[in-house]
Design a protein around this ligand. Structure first.
Ligand code: GDP
Ligand code: IMO
Ligand code: MG
Length: 425
C-alpha cells in the first residue's frame, strides 16, 4: 500500500492542489473527503491554470478515478458551474464519482452564512459565504439532505417536512427573510437530481473495495489551523482538514492510510479573520503578498501574510498526523536579504514564553513572535530541479525548519508549475 493524504498545515492555500496534482500521476483513485466550495485549489500545467473548488484535482489525469466523499458538502449550482468551466477547457468527467452520502448545501445555507457574517460586525469569522458552517450545522443536527435523498421520494417526503419546520422558523424569526415552501424545495431537488445523476456512485462500496489494493490519494482542503476541533476556533471552517478527516470523510478507515504529507508555505498566509501571531502588516508583508500573488482563489480577498511560524507548524505535525512536509513557495522569498522563523511566542503581559501552541486563541492578541533571523539566498530558485543545486542559505533554512517542526521535508516547490518541484531524496 502506498496511500497518501495531502493536507494543508497552516490556514489553507498552502499549494495543496499543486502537490496533489503531482502525486495524482501515480494514483489510481483520488478522494476529496471534507469541505465544500470554500476551497480554491490551483493547478498549473504547461502554463494553463485550472481552479478547482469541489472537484478533485486528479480529474486532469484521464484514467484516474476521482471520488467526492461522504464528508464533503456540495453546493449544486457551484458544482454545475465548475463542471461547465472545466468542460470548456476540455476536461473529461467520465471518471468523476460522488458519494450518495455527501451533504447538499441548500440556498438557505448560503443566506444564513451571509446573514450571520453581516450581523456579527467586528466579531465575524470572515467566512467565504459559501454556506459551509450552516450546512455542517444541519448535518450534525440531522436535518440535512444527502445526495441519495434526491432519488428517494420517501426520504424527501419525510425529510423536507422536518427541514421546513425547523428552517422556516429560523429563517422567519431569526433572520426575517422569506420562508420556503415544500413545492419550491421539491422542484429544486428534482433539478439537483438531474444535475448529479451522471456522477452519483450508488455502488461506492464496490468502488472502494475494488481500489483497496491500488494507490489512493486523499486530497485535503483548508488546513490544520482551520480545523473545527484543533484550529483557531471559532475562526475556523466547519470540517476536519487534519489527516484523520480523511478516514472519516472518504469511507476508508485509518488502516488504509500510509502517510500524511503536510503542505506548508515557506511563510504563512491567512484569509478571513482570527489570530495570526506572525502577521506582517508592514512593507515586508506587502512584499510577500505581491511576489507570492497572495489573493484568494475563491473570494479574491488579499491574504494576510507573515513569517513562517514553527510553533503552529509543530502543532500541525502532531495533530495533523503529518509524516513529511511539502514546502511550497520558497521561491517567493528569493529577493529577501533575510528571512525569519518564529520559534516561540512571548506573552507581552507577563513575559511568559510559549514553545508549544497555546490553544486559547483569545490570548493570542497578547503574543509576540520570537524570531530567529536567517540570511536570505538572493538567487532565483524557480529553475532548480535538484536539492543539491539549492543555494547553501536555502538549504540551511530548510534544515532549520525540519528541526523545529520535527518532520522531514520531502518535496520542495519552487514555482506553480508541475515541473517546478524538487523531490528530496
Ligand atoms: P491550495 O488551496 O492549498 O491548493 O492553494 P491555492 O491554489 O489556493 O494557492 C496556492 C497558489 O500558489 C496558487 O496560485 C498556486 O498556483 C501557487 N503556487 C503553488 N506552489 C507554488 C510555488 O512553489 N511557488 C509559487 N510562486 N507559487 C506556487
Ligand atoms: P483551500 O482548500 C483558505 C477560511 C475562510 C474563513 C474560515 C471559515 O483553498 O485551502 P468557511 O467559508 O469555511 O466557513 O470560512 O476558513 N477558509 C479558507 N482559507 N483556504 C481555504 O481553502 C479556505 N476555506 C475556508 O477564509 O477564515
Ligand atoms: Mg486555496
Amino acid at each position: 500500500m502506498n496511500n497518501t493524504v495531502v493536507i494543508g498545515s497552516q490556514w489553507g492555500d498552502e499549494g495543496k492542489a499543486k502537490i496533489t496534482d503531482l502525486l495524482a500521476s501515480k494514483a489510481d483513485l483520488v478522494i476529496r473527503y471534507q469541505g465544500g466550495c470554500n476551497a480554491g485549489h490551483t493547478v498549473v500545467v504547461d502554463g494553463v491554470t485550472y481552479k478547482f473548488h469541489m472537484i478533485p484535482s486528479g480529474i486532469l489525469y484521464r484514467n484516474t478515478v476521482c471520488f467526492i466523499g461522504a464528508g464533503t458538502v456540495i453546493h449544486p449550482e457551484s458544482f454545475e458551474n465548475e463542471v461547465n468551466e472545466f468542460k470548456a477547457l476540455g476536461v473529461d468527467f467520465k471518471n468523476l464519482k460522488i458519494s450518495p452520502l455527501a451533504t447538499i448545501t441548500m440556498p438557505y445555507h448560503i443566506e444564513i452564512d451571509g446573514a450571520n457574517e453581516q450581523c456579527s460586525g467586528k466579531n465575524k469569522i470572515g467566512t467565504t459565504k459559501k454556506g459551509i458552517g450552516p450546512t455542517y450545522t444541519d448535518k450534525m443536527a440531522r436535518i440535512s439532505l444527502k445526495i441519495q435523498d434526491l432519488y428517494s421520494y420517501e426520504a424527501l417526503e419525510q425529510k423536507l417536512d422536518r427541514i421546513l419546520f425547523v428552517k422556516n422558523k429560523e429563517l422567519e424569526k431569526v433572520y426575517g427573510v422569506d420562508v420556503y415552501t415544500k413545492d419550491c424545495l421539491m422542484s429544486l431537488c428534482e433539478r439537483y437530481a438531474e444535475l448529479f445523476k451522471p456522477y452519483v456512485c450508488f455502488d461506492w462500496q464496490e468502488l472502494l473495495n475494488n481500489y483497496k489494493n491500488k494507490t489512493i490519494l486523499f486530497e485535503g482542503a483548508q488546513g490544520v489551523m482551520l480545523d473545527v476541533d484543533y484550529g483557531t476556533y471559532p475562526y475556523v471552517t466547519s470540517s476536519n482538514p487534519i489527516g484523520g478527516g480523511a478516514s472519516v470523510g472518504s469511507g476508508y478507515g485509518p488502516t488504509m492510510i500510509d502517510k500524511v504529507i503536510g503542505v506548508a508555505k515557506a511563510y504563512v498566509t491567512r484569509v478571513g479573520d482570527g489570530p495570526f501571531v506572525t502577521e506582517l502588516t508592514d512593507d515586508v508583508g506587502d512584499k510577500i503578498r505581491n511576489i507570492g500573488r497572495e489573493f484568494g482563489v475563491t473570494t479574491g480577498r488579499p491574504r494576510r501574510c507573515g513569517w513562517f511560524d514553527a510553533v503552529t507548524m509543530k502543532y500541525a505535525v502532531l495533530v495533523g498526523g503529518i509524516t513529511s512536509v511539502a514546502l511550497t513557495k520558497i521561491d517567493v522569498l528569493d529577493e529577501f536579504e533575510e528571512v525569519k522563523i518564529c520559534v516561540a511566542y512571548k506573552d507581552c503581559r507577563n513575559d511568559n514564553v510559549y514553545k508549544s501552541y497555546p490553544t486559547d486563541v483569545f490570548i493570542h492578541k497578547y503574543l509576540e513572535p520570537i524570531y530567529e533571523t536567517h540570511q536570505g539566498w538572493k538567487t532565483s530558485l524557480s529553475g532548480i530541479k535538484n536539492y543539491n543545486d539549492l543555494p547553501v542559505n536555502a538549504k540551511k533554512y530548510i534544515k532549520r525548519l525540519e528541526k523545529l517542526i520535527q518532520a522531514p521535508v520531502e518535496i520542495i516547490s519552487v514555482g506553480p508549475d508541475r515541473e517546478q518541484t524538487i523531490f528530496v531524496k
